[in-house]
Every structure is written in structure tokens, then in C-alpha cells.
Design a protein around this ligand. Structure first.
Ligand code: SF4
Length: 300
């Protein structure tokens, strides 16, 4: 089975069988996402240059995994950063084969860029969903257009709304990532409010908040050195989180988590029921009544 390191997967896919369907990230290859380590990996690790594997090779890996692991696999995550870029017939073939080889399989999930969804027709999206790919992890990062532009995200907040609503209409569950601190001090409030508003429009099934970490060599490091970008303090990150969460209006249940290793305050709950409890914990943390993850314990 092929694995091209380094491998990244969502925290909630820790127990899943990982199958490499694409290598690298197509957005990073186009120079998008200045905050993301993939941007650097694409430039520094030639074997991680973005490419799509032929479906027959991915299917061979599924066969090999089935021979080694038996039929008990319940979850599969298709690597790498945006396997959803594959054409619908390929994704369909891979997913159907996965369900054939693993009779206990309950879900196949992938990372998707908003553009991967927008490029597909509604019929293609439904076809992929019917083949058993049920959950898409999408990086929203921010709902503020200026912040997205600053980091060259390559997609606007409005496009992200369109992509997510088409994916939800096609029957997918979606899990969105947002990044605390992404706008720096200057844009913190706008980032928090606009992200909360966009999440309210999208109504995703899951939201995971990360906190910006500065990877050496990324453009953000240079901005900081030039005094053009100011990182948020722990306190300011908590204020941003409180504001963002406070702005999320729910029309259905949304699982909200900050359990990623980059965060100072790990939280988890289901909105709207747990909103007040989560907000109270953030206030307690701001007053140091709840311990925060120390800086040296944060990671990506
Ligand atoms: S944030 Fe996601 S889409 Fe952007 S470069 Fe990183 S992995 Fe790729």
C-alpha cells in the first residue's frame, strides 16, 4: 500500500483505514493558503507534489488492506488533502469497491476544497454520495472575505456557502474547519463575527476550530517579522472564540469542537443545547478558572 509521508487526517478519523487516493494538495500546488504547512510541503518535498492516483491503484490498495485486515473495517478516509478533486466516476468506483471488500463499512470520507464541489454537477455529487462517500471535511477557515484574500485561500466565503449548500443538498454531511487568530489582531473581531454568520448560513453538521500556528517558512512568519501581522494572545483567542460561537445561529444540531492540538482550550458540545455551557467555559478560561494548554504543548 502506498503512503507518501507526511500524512494528515482529521482528528475524528484516528481509527479509520487511511487509503491514499491523491497525493498532496491541489490548492497548495496553486500557491493558495499561506497559513498552511501544505503550502510549504508542496515546495520542499518533491514526492508530495500534487497528483491524482489512478483508480485502479487505489483499488489495489483496498484489496491489499482487505487481505491484511479482514472484513471488520468500519471507516475509511481517502487521503490526501482533497481527494474530492477526483472525477465522479473514479470516486464512485473506489467507494463502491471499498463497500464490496469491507462488508462492515459504515462510511467513507474525504477532504474537499470548495472548488472541488463547485466544479461537479449536482448529479455527480449525488452519484458520489450514493456510492457511499458520506462525509466531506472542508476548510472554511474564515467567513471574512478580507481574511480569506489575505491568505490567498483561492475561494471566497460566498463560494464556500454555495459549495456547502450544494453538498448538503446532495445528501453529504459536512464538517467545516475554521482557524482562530487567522485575521491577526487587526481583523480579529470581523473574522469572528463573519465566520459565525457564515456558519449560521451554511448550517454544517460539524465545526472544528483550530488556532493559527506559525510554521517556519510560511508567509505569515515574514509578515510578523515585518510588523504587518500581529498574532493573538491566549486571551484574545478566547475573546475571538467567544464572539464566533456567540454569533452562530442554529436551525439544526451542530457539533462544535475545539479538540485540535493547536487550541488553548479544548471544548466539545452540540449546538444549540450546549452553547451556554461552552460560552460559560470560555468566560471561566478567560478568568483563569479553567487551565489552558501551555504554548509548548500545542501542535498541528
Ligand atoms: S488549507 Fe487545505 S486546501 Fe489549503 S493548502 Fe492546506 S491542505 Fe490544501
Amino acid at each position: 500500500m502506498l503512503y507518501v509521508e507526511p500524512i494528515y487526517r482529521p482528528p475524528s478519523e484516528a481509527g479509520s483505514l487511511l487509503i491514499q487516493a491523491t497525493i498532496g494538495c491541489s490548492s497548495a500546488a496553486q500557491g493558495h493558503c499561506y497559513f498552511c504547512g501544505s503550502w510549504l510541503i508542496d515546495r520542499q518535498i518533491p514526492q508530495k507534489k500534487f497528483r491524482v492516483r489512478p483508480a485502479r491503484d487505489v483499488i489495489k490498495d483496498l484489496d491489499e488492506a482487505a487481505d491484511q485486515m479482514g472484513p471488520g473495517v468500519r471507516r475509511i478516509f481517502l487521503l490526501d488533502s482533497n481527494a474530492m478533486i477526483m472525477r465522479a466516476p473514479e470516486l464512485e468506483k473506489i467507494s463502491r469497491h471499498a463497500y464490496d471488500r469491507f462488508p462492515a463499512l459504515e462510511r467513507v470520507s474525504v477532504y474537499a476544497c470548495a472548488n472541488d464541489i463547485l466544479r461537479k454537477s449536482d448529479e455527480d455529487l449525488k452519484r458520489i454520495r450514493r456510492a457511499g462517500i458520506t462525509l466531506l471535511y472542508i476548510g472554511l477557515e474564515s467567513g471574512n472575505e478580507e481574511v480569506l484574500k489575505l491568505h490567498n485561500k483561492g475561494v471566497t466565503a460566498e463560494e464556500a456557502v454555495q459549495a456547502c449548500s450544494r453538498a448538503i443538498s446532495a445528501g453529504f454531511e459536512i464538517s467545516l474547519t475554521v482557524i482562530l487568530g487567522l485575521g491577526g489582531r487587526e481583523r480579529s473581531l470581523a473574522h469572528a463575527r463573519d465566520t459565525g454568520k457564515i456558519l449560521s448560513r451554511i448550517q454544517p453538521h460539524y465545526v472544528g476550530a483550530l488556532t493559527l500556528m506559525v510554521v517556519p517558512g510560511l508567509p505569515v512568519e515574514e509578515w510578523i517579522a515585518r510588523g504587518e501581522f500581529e498574532l493573538l494572545s491566549q486571551e484574545a483567542i478566547l475573546v475571538e472564540l467567544e464572539e464566533m460561537l456567540g454569533c452562530i445561529e442554529t436551525k439544526r444540531e451542530i457539533v462544535f469542537r475545539t479538540n485540535h492540538a493547536s487550541n488553548y482550550l479544548p471544548l466539545g458540545g452540540t449546538l444549540p443545547g450546549d452553547k451556554e455551557r461552552l460560552l460559560a467555559t470560555i468566560r471561566d478560561a478567560r478568568e483563569r478558572r479553567v487551565p489552558l494548554r501551555p504554548e509548548h504543548m500545542r501542535g498541528l
